[in-house]
Unconditional design. Structure first.
Length: 267
């Protein structure tokens, strides 16, 4: 840890890449692996354009449940330590970028500012008609979803919400159906997001990989690419990942413990 902190102290352009593990201690479910079900579905079954086309009511219930759940949660010590470190970098005229695969918004809630959300946000909507993207933290997002989305009910007792009663565009001349502005399985990342990410990867001089299994692409390729360039990479995770052996540093343990220690830099 001392060796890593010395490198971090000397760095001028820091990249932090986070995944679901950084939010796990805020009790944000990942819907991955065994037990990661909402009703009888895993995220891969609902987070697709095909699923939304087949049943926008069901998919909106899933995302409404996730939105309402996240609104009851708070950033944990890892989120806060990252946000505090960003402020320190700003005071020291060092460049800092946070790239997250998470869609829960907890980094921003903790105070982080320079964030690239690779996979979008639970609290943004995109109109399928006019394409407008808006921040939306309404609770519930529309009246018809109030009280809906419980994960442990018999679906046979649930009637679909009519499409016209699902979240709609607030532009008076549009009124089109809204979808969550998140990247679904089978969709590519936003070109603007990819462009910003490429610039960061090209210029950073140290990288922290926090709470990610390094198996979801394209994010899984970012750190190995930096390693090939000779950029020091430190991994913080509960367990090793397929990339661990390639990284210069690996720190086991909960992010809420390892990250505050790693980012508590000497004055």
């Amino acid at each position: 840890m001392d060796k890593f902190k010395k490198i971090l102290n000397q760095s001028k352009n820091i990249l932090i890449l986070t995944g679901a593990g950084v939010s796990a201690e805020s009790d944000i479910p990942t819907f991955r692996g065994s037990g990661g079900f909402w009703r009888k579905y895993q995220a891969q079954m609902l987070a697709t354009p095909q699923a939304f086309k087949k049943s926008p009511s069901l998919v909106w219930e899933f995302y409404h449940y996730r939105r309402e759940l996240v609104l009851t949660k708070s950033p944990n010590k890892a989120h806060v330590a990252i946000a505090d470190f960003e402020k320190q970098c700003e005071n020291e005229n060092r460049k800092f970028t946070l790239i997250t695969q998470n869609i829960d918004g907890l980094h921003a809630a903790a105070g982080s500012k320079n964030i690239i959300e690779l996979h979008g946000s639970l609290f943004e909507t995109r109109c399928l008609s006019c394409g407008e993207i808006r921040i939306n933290r309404d609770s519930p997002i529309c009246a018809s979803l109030s009280g809906r989305g419980a994960p442990d009910i018999d679906e046979r007792s649930v009637k679909d919400i009519p499409v016209e009663e699902l979240p709609r565009c607030k532009n008076e001349q549009c009124g089109g159906l809204l979808r969550p502005n998140v990247v679904w399985f089978g969709e590519g990342l936003d070109p603007n997001v990819l462009s910003k990410t490429e610039e960061v990867l090209e210029n950073c001089d140290v990288c922290l990989v926090i709470g990610t299994s390094s198996v979801v692409y394209p994010a899984a390729a970012f750190a190995p690419r930096l390693v090939k360039k000779g950029v020091p990479v430190a991994e913080f995770n509960l367990e090793t990942t397929p990339c661990t052996s390639n990284f210069q540093f690996h720190f086991d343990g909960p992010c809420s413990q390892t990250i505050p220690e790693a980012l508590a830099l000497c004055p």
